[in-house]
Ligand binder design. Structure first.
Ligand SMILES: C[S@@+](CC[C@H](N)C(=O)[O-])C[C@H]1O[C@@H](n2cnc3c(N)ncnc32)[C@H](O)[C@@H]1O
Length: 349
């Protein structure tokens, strides 16, 4: 269940304000060291999951019990637990007993959101290599320079990591499915195609929430091969740059355009518009870069894209609108989702 959009927007603004306040009271050397070691959150989360701490944690357990369950050194586990507790991923009480927090629950394997995969994704050696390369030699294309192939091509040659990427995308896709189910009207849609829809997390939620809908899931062959069947879902594989399945009245592009340059994103929009014909509605969902730099999640996603996806970027609302206009589309409506992203409903002129 997602909170109302006004609440999530207010929380996001408050987070940015508190972050500004934190910087305002921190001397410059502290700010520099904070930034220099910020990557430790990523690896500490990775270590917590590598030891399966969220799943092994018995409420009010001790470090000794946890270390025994993980077959790991007690001092090592204690320091990882303490770091995690300092960051709020766990809680350690006065007697040294460890408790789960709301975050721990999201990191467990059985959590329907599947957020664990995000930690596994960013801790892959290929992502670390791209980040190290970017830090030493900042250019677009750091992922390819470090790993020999562009992101999606590399993933196709590394099926285990590709599956992790798909699971990470599904966590946000599931959230977007719920957010879209109520933020957008579905009464005049019969068939909806999710272009770059991953393994179908978004579509499955939409089909459950709106039982009159039929769905078409479209993505690269190895990705849709991992999609679970559904009686109202047609699964189609292919390359969206070559063409998109026709015959649907709504087309979704959820967190897809942000991986591409303006030219490529324009080509994708053009292919979708061609497939949909005159009356189709195109629904684009993407994070929004604030007009002026603010400490928002969107800024971090933008930096991540700069490293892994050459030409990929988080666009401002104005940039997203001009992309649509260049592709000959009209932006009919822009709304915010409770997931924090914006929805752009487009159609042909
Ligand atoms: C950032 S993910 C978003 C996935 C999904 N829409 C979501 O929000 O969870 C981008 C998706 O685009 C897909 N993709 C990349 N290149 C593609 C192409 N040429 N044709 C079709 N899909 C592509 C990827 O496989 C991936 O599933």
């Amino acid at each position: 269940v997602l909170p109302p959009v006004v609440a999530t927007r207010a929380v996001e603004r408050l987070r940015a304000l508190l972050s500004w306040l934190m910087r305002a009271i921190s001397p410059p050397p502290v700010q520099i060291v904070d930034g220099a070691v910020a990557g430790l959150d990523q690896v500490a989360l990775g270590a917590m999951l590598a030891l399966d701490i969220p799943d092994r944690l018995v409420n009010a357990g001790t470090v000794d019990e946890l270390a025994a369950a993980a077959d790991a050194d007690v001092d090592l586990v204690e320091r990882i637990v303490n770091y995690g507790a300092a960051r709020g991923w766990l809680r350690v009480d006065r007697r040294g007993r460890i408790h789960a927090t709301g975050v721990t629950r999201f990191l467990r394997r059985d959590h329907p959101g599947g957020w664990r995969a995000w930690v596994e994704l960013v801790n892959g050696t290929e992502v670390h290599a791209a980040m190290a390369r970017f830090a030493a030699l900042p250019t677009t294309g750091a992922f390819e320079a470090a790993n020999g192939k562009p992101f999606f091509e590399w993933m196709e040659h590394h099926p285990d990591r590709h599956a992790v990427f798909d699971r990470a995308m599904s966590s946000a896709g599931y959230l977007h499915g719920h957010a879209l189910a109520s933020a957008v009207s579905w009464s005049s849609t019969d068939r909806v195609c999710d272009v770059g829809g991953g393994t179908g997390a978004t579509l499955r939620v939409l089909l459950e929430r709106h039982p009159h809908l039929r769905g078409v899931l479209f993505d690269l062959p190895p990705v849709v091969a991992r999609a679970a069947p559904h009686d109202r879902l047609t699964i189609v594989d292919g390359d969206a740059f070559a063409g998109v399945p026709s015959g649907c009245d709504t087309y979704l592009l959820v967190n897809v355009l942000h991986a591409w340059t303006d030219d490529d994103a324009g080509r994708l929009l053009g292919n979708v518009a061609t497939a949909g014909g005159r009356d189709a509605r195109i629904v684009v969902v993407d994070a929004v870069r604030p007009r002026r730099p603010r400490d928002r999640l969107a800024m971090r996603i933008d930096m991540h894209l700069l490293i892994v996806a050459p030409g990929g970027r988080v666009r401002t609302v104005a940039e997203q609108q001009s992309l649509a206009t260049r592709a000959g589309l009209v932006v009919r409506r822009v709304t915010w989702l409770a997931s924090g992203d914006a929805v752009y409903e487009l159609s042909r002129r």
